[in-house]
Write a protein that binds this ligand. Sequence first.
Ligand code: FAD
Ligand code: SIN
Length: 534
Amino acid sequence: MASGSHGGFDVLVIGSGGAGLTAALSLAEHCRVLVLAKGALDSGSTAWAQGGIAAVLDAGDTFENHIEDTMVAGAGLNRRETVEFVIERAPLAIERLIGLGVPFNSAEGTLHLTREGGHSHRRIVHVDDATGWAVESALLKAANAHPNITLLAGRTCIDLITGKHELRYSGSGRVWGAYALNSATGRVEAHTARATILATGGAGRVYQFSTAPRGATGDGIAMAWRAGARVSNMEMMQFHPTCLYNLDVKNFLITEAVRGEGGQLKIPPGFPGAGRRFMPRFDERAELAPRDIVARAIDHEIKRLGLDYVHLDISHKPPEFVREHFPTIYEKLLGLGIDMTAEPIPVVPAQHYTCGGVLIDLAARTDLPGLYAAGECTESGLHGANRLASNSLLECFVFGEAAAADILARWDSFDAPPEIRAWDESRVTDSDEEVVIKQNWTEIRRFMWNYVGIVRTTKRLERARHRIRMLGEEVNDYYGHFRVTTDLIELRNLLQCAELIVHSALKRHESRGLHYTRDYPETLPQAVDTVLVP
Ligand code: FAD
Ligand code: SIN
């Protein structure tokens, strides 16, 4: 295979989570790959995943069942060809992970399958309640060991390199890599390659309360949008029904598998209906209804009764069953003074997953030549208006692999990158107003939570839009005058994503899946994607 790109690498992968590392490992037999990560290599959402990975592995289950469950959860907005594409590749993806040494729970050679909301069958493979950590560790171990993969942590990509950055300006939309801030040196580096894969994860941190890690600031979505790629369905922000309510620990997820294994949602003591389940009043699938329905029901009960939280109770199950299935959560809660084998867990909904993102096709291609994208930063058509639990890691593996396969298949059409302009280092002044950046971060996250949350109205969305415009002037002014820092880069991207979410929400004149607005409570007969064109 030809090599010798300007940066010394053939393919640049931005992101070292499930999507990025899968792509890198699939490419590395044939070419040299550079993987960049913003903070530590394992600081993305992948390492935080709890419940597991959905795949049809039980003799009583079928692809058709999994496809149907995914389409029902997605409220019909899914693209069926994508759903089929991903679900049919799930068993092979699990086999590959086993080959990398992921120790999925099993007994006598049979994988243990747990259950989660919206799934008609048990089909979630898992490693106790810390699946993501096991998967990320296995992928990183394999990538570290591969001579054709270079992993660089502490590189915050700022923007994609396109035709307008070529030394001999072509102005084309062709992507040649990315500029990245090296947090150790404070310098901006240009990383070029024949092909670039965005695998930067979601934008959860645009909300005040989120289960996602600190770095989930939508950088890839914002970078692709600024470079000219379309984004789709950004209004479809998923709220997980059960995030721990605790004044000190703000974003600890209580896996949906707790409900899958019998956990019940109840009204806490001191309020009408105390100790009683409420989900059966909202949906016949009760606690195992899809996430949008459960999160909205909890939100409704919290507002109706003036609660701080609701209770998630699995204490009716034998203590050894609970400890065996949820060892990580059990220990974490015990450390906070909650014994989940004997008492209920206080929970609230929190932002959890970005269903929308950079629009890709089945080969993980974006609109821009040379740019691919995979994982949570994309809108592939799999999730529609609401992601089915445990379909997300699966999407990372399938599209990470698809991106690699397409790049290798079309290798001869990828030219070596031309000479690229160095980053403009004339902005050498350090901002003395770091505190303003922090305040703006907080402000965006707060108004997005209050105005663009689980239940929306046009008036609230317009208020959010107004604030975004005001903050936009301030942030652009900062960005234009001062030396870039990771906080400033992320703030710019958060604001960009907030704008895309609000813009998309205002365009959807119906309620569907995760987008519920009091002004348009009905679901229109035809499901149409909200595609934004730069
Ligand atoms: P991530 O794993 O988030 O990785 C993103 C990578 O991009 C990181 O390496 C980061 O450093 C890098 N990056 C970001 N911005 C930049 C930048 N500007 N420059 C350079 N690098 C950058 N899904 C399931 O299917 N099953 C589950 O059980 C499950 N549980 C979950 C539990 C929690 C608490 C959370 C938060 C999510 C869970 N999800 C689950 C969702 C799933 O974990 C994520 O959707 C998935 O891991 C995303 O993988 P990814 O590779 O797209 O991105
Ligand atoms: C969970 O374990 O509840 C998270 C699963 C998911 O987000 O798919």
